[in-house]
Design a protein around this ligand. Structure first.
Ligand SMILES: [Zn+2]
Length: 159
């Protein structure tokens, strides 16, 4: 990994980096987001669009002006899943900064998911949002992984 481990438990990767080198040539004119590994995140990945102010990631404030792709260490060390998660979040970056899409995704609700059941919740999550379905499709094309394939299978399955 082409990154420095900083105090506070997170790692910031400023492009060009190993993590996004494969994806950059596809979108040369898109401003690079930061990639941050967050040890306290409960999500596999998250995306913060470019905005003023800072994000509080793993005990540190990080400027948001280029956009941030946040990766949970649950997937770090699993190269397939790392790349796949980055591709998914990268697509959200394109949607917001390049395509001009409005946010249409529901936040993942752990309590609701427990009531509804995990698989049903995943299915609804991807079906209800054009943004999430598109990011999943892109992820499967650009950097397929077992988890992405599993989500895709769920999305196309029946309740
Ligand atoms: Zn997403």
């Amino acid at each position: 990994m082409n990154a420095d481990r900083k105090q506070g438990g997170y790692v910031i990767v400023k492009c060009p980096s190993l993590e996004t080198r494969w994806i950059r040539p596809l979108f040369k004119d898109v401003r690079q987001p930061l990639v941050a590994f967050n040890e306290t995140s409960k999500y596999g990945g998250a995306y913060y669009k470019p905005q003023s102010g800072e994000a509080f990631i793993d005990g540190r404030f990080i400027p948001c002006d280029t956009g941030i792709i946040e990766i949970s260490p649950a997937s770090v060390g699993e190269p397939l899943e790392d790349g796949s998660t980055i591709a998914h979040e990268w697509r959200h970056h394109l949607q917001r900064t390049y395509f001009g899409w409005q946010f249409d995704s529901a936040r993942w609700d752990t309590l609701k998911a427990e009531r509804l059941g995990y698989e049903k919740s995943i299915r609804r999550y991807f079906r209800k949002s054009r943004m999430e379905a598109d990011a999943l499709r892109f992820q499967l094309r650009a950097a397929p992984s077992p988890i992405a394939a599993y989500f895709d299978e769920l999305m196309h399955g029946h309740d």
